[in-house]
Design a protein around this ligand. Structure first.
Ligand SMILES: [Zn+2]
Length: 347
């Protein structure tokens, strides 16, 4: 560790209690993506209290705080703020009991099941330490609090809302995510660290009929079942053993009773990859298999895929010092788009 870093971190004990209390408070009050008003307010208030120039409401609830401290590099550190629609069953004294009403009027539980409360608390602690020892470093420090990481649209919302004109251009961007390491450890490495995540919702069309008359039907249950089985070959038969990737079918729904052949089946799946070429290959393979199985099953119309915005969260890659990295290309909307990410897996 460099001497400036040691000097800044020497103040850790002075902020530790506040950071831990803030973490518990955020954990007790989780907010879903693009609704992180309370969390964003806490972040903005804490940044202002220690002298940052704060801009709020970027892309909805995004916040940046800029601390200018003479000539030197611009370093940005980012924390995501959103929680997940998950019921907390940890039994912790500061467990969440929060709920929200979704678009259908149903009540949904909310929980910081992905650790973004830790990220917010840690970045606020870091921002305070950086402000407290300005004598130990030179440059500009930017603390960025990002909405809606889970749905994959918060970063894009901030960029679309002019983030690049509201923040100095960073030379380095640092992000963090809690992982199941032993307490007190920090993990880092060059290259890919966390995967890109894509979620897809595929509707397979059939033709409904009475259960006793399969000759009058095109059974979407069988078509969906074949798709699920064949999808298992994408990673196992199309990728090298050294190329990591995951294709998981997390949900499959069709029909409502034992004696009716339904007219559609819906499959929801999640894809994890570590580089753009593998990602393209896997998503193309899924599309190919879905279409081919639907055709093989005499599906009366092409399958439909849907999701939320066309952006895809790229994999998290740590550049080698001094190495430049080509940004992930933005992909246009196709039949495969990411939808709401589900817990738990990575981020
Ligand atoms: Zn996360």
């Amino acid at each position: 560790m460099t001497r400036p870093a040691r000097t800044v971190l020497a103040g850790f004990d002075t902020v530790r209690t506040d950071v831990e209390n803030l973490y518990r408070d955020l954990h007790r009050h989780p907010e879903l993506g693009l609704r992180e008003h309370r969390t964003a307010g806490k972040a903005a208030g804490a940044l202002r209290d220690c002298g940052y120039e704060v801009t709020e409401g970027i892309g909805g609830t995004g916040v940046i705080g800029v601390l200018t401290n003479g000539d030197g590099p611009v370093v940005m550190a980012r924390a995501d703020m959103d929680a997940l629609p998950v019921r907390e069953r940890t039994g912790l004294p500061y467990a969440s009991t929060a709920t929200v009403t979704d678009g259908d009027g149903a009540e949904q539980p909310v929980m910081h099941a992905c650790g973004h409360d830790v990220h917010v608390a840690c970045l606020i602690g870091c921002a305070r330490l950086m402000a407290g020892r300005r004598d130990a470093w030179r440059g500009t420090f930017v603390a960025l609090f990002q909405p809606s990481e889970e749905q994959g649209n918060g970063a894009e919302a901030m960029i679309d809302d002019g983030l690049t004109t509201k923040s100095p251009r960073p030379d380095v961007v640092l992000a963090q995510h809690v992982l199941p390491y032993p307490a007190g450890y920090v993990g880092t490495r060059t290259g890919s660290f966390l995967s890109a995540a894509d979620s897809l919702r595929v509707t397979v069309h059939g033709r409904g009929a009475h259960g006793s008359m399969p000759q009058a039907a095109v059974d979407p249950v069988v078509a969906a079942a074949m798709i699920v089985v064949r999808l298992q070959t994408v990673v196992s038969r199309e990728l090298a053993a050294t190329t990591p990737a995951v294709v998981t079918v997390g949900s499959i729904h069709s029909g409502s009773g034992p004696n009716v052949i339904p007219d559609r089946a819906v499959i929801e799946l999640n894809v994890r990859t570590y580089d753009d070429a593998t990602r393209t290959h896997v998503l193309d393979a899924i599309e190919r298999i879905v279409r081919a199985e639907c055709e093989a099953s005499r599906s009366p119309k092409p399958p439909r895929s849907s999701g939320s915005p066309p952006s895809r969260p790229p994999s998290t890659t740590r550049s080698r010092p001094g190495a430049s990295r080509r940004p992930s290309p933005r992909t246009s909307a196709t039949t495969r788009t990411p939808s709401n990410r589900r817990p738990p897996a990575r981020t």
